[in-house]
Design a protein around this ligand. Structure first.
Ligand code: RP5
Length: 163
């Protein structure tokens, strides 16, 4: 299976990525994690993105806050799909969200919600699953479990609520 790269702009982002790691682990996805900054280590960002496909990566998750250029900067140096994860670090994360999604035509970044780390992982898995039928089966099971959980919560609520 192709690997997933999880890149964060600063070590201060790492706790925000816990839900992402949890989902990747749950699905048995091979991944590598790096701290690479579009602003503080731009050469490393170019090096990583430009060589990522040859090194066996299929998708890149890029988490950054503030003027979050990491996802876009990586996307500029690879044709792998890049998922931007805007981190709430200042201005409620709106700065990072807009910096992540407002990409020029031809260099897209697929963005998830502010601090939406779990969904970044789910989206990465959905991308990988286009070439991995077993992974698609696991995603279907994951969806069914979510559905069952909500139905069960609703059933319990109905039992508590007087008619
Ligand atoms: C971004 O600026 C990082 O991704 C982080 O979310 C934010 C603050 O970084 P530090 O100043 O804490 O290193 O580049």
């Amino acid at each position: 299976m192709l690997k997933t790269a999880v890149i964060m702009g600063s070590d201060s982002d790492i706790t925000k990525l816990d839900p992402c790691f949890k989902v990747l682990d749950k699905f048995g996805i091979p991944y590598e994690t790096r701290i690479i900054s579009a602003h503080r280590t731009p050469a490393a960002a170019v090096d990583f993105a430009s060589g990522a496909r040859e090194r066996g990566f299929g998708v890149i998750i890029a988490a950054a806050g503030k003027a979050a250029h990491l996802a876009g900067f990586l996307a500029a140096h690879t044709t792998l799909p890049v998922i931007g994860l805007p981190v709430k670090s200042s201005l409620e994360g709106i700065d990072a969200l807009l910096s992540t999604v407002q990409m020029p035509t031809g260099i897209p970044v697929a963005a998830v919600a502010i601090d939406g780390a779990a969904n970044a992982a789910v989206l990465a898995i959905e991308i990988l699953a286009t070439a991995e039928p077993d992974l698609a089966d696991k995603l279907n099971l994951f969806r069914r479990q979510m559905t069952d959980e909500v139905l069960e919560k609703d059933r319990r609520l109905q039992m508590k609520t007087p008619e």
